[in-house]
Design a protein around this ligand. Structure first.
Ligand SMILES: Cc1cc2nc3c(=O)[nH]c(=O)nc-3n(C[C@H](O)[C@H](O)[C@H](O)COP(=O)(O)O)c2cc1C
Length: 158
């Protein structure tokens, strides 16, 4: 018998993760971004990562159009940004410190670390799509990461 939705969610809430904002653009250059905890490193050689994106999100189509994305690891002081990018606001980047990378994708200025990625493969992941990408540039600013556990935000040492 398959696990119930409630049991599955309750179990998953016991997995602690970092929090990222994943950004991309569509074919017209419009900027998109969403809060993502389903990030994972995949391979060192070549350098691969994955993110799982809900098919029902506004940004989902943009990943296939630009075939690029940026993973911004949030710092413990960026909880408000996580909340903002988890909404369906149309102007998510307004008032948010960011710049465009050479490919025109938004990069958040105060992230702990940033991975700029080129899409390599996409896989069916049920109601999500698994986007596997090669990391072309990586930058580390430093600082302490924002954590997510039990449906709540936390900090190292809490
Ligand atoms: C802590 C946290 C983690 C999340 N992780 C994911 C995720 O891994 N994948 C995903 O598709 N949505 C995730 N979401 C939900 C999206 O951020 C949310 O659906 C967002 O509004 C989508 O934006 P859009 O529809 O404007 O593209 C997460 C939300 C929160 C608060």
């Amino acid at each position: 018998m398959p696990v119930s939705n409630e049991e599955f969610r309750r179990a998953l809430a016991n997995f602690a993760s970092g929090v990222t904002v994943v950004t991309t653009v569509d074919s017209s250059g419009e900027k998109f971004g969403l809060t993502v905890s389903a990030f994972c490193s995949v391979s060192l050689e070549p350098p691969l990562v994955l993110v799982c994106i809900d098919r029902s999100t506004r940004c989902h189509h943009a990943f296939g159009e630009s075939r690029r994305y940026v993973v911004n690891f949030l710092s413990e002081s960026q909880r408000a940004l996580s909340e903002r990018f988890a909404t369906q606001l149309t102007e998510k980047f307004e008032g948010v410190d960011h710049h465009s990378n050479p490919e025109g994708l938004p990069v958040l200025d105060d992230a702990v670390a940033v991975l700029e990625c080129r899409l390599r493969n996409e896989y069916d992941g049920g109601d999500h799509t698994i986007f596997v990408a090669e990391v072309e540039r990586a930058a580390v600013k430093g600082g302490k990461p924002l954590l997510y556990f039990g449906g709540e935000y936390g900090r190292l040492g809490d």
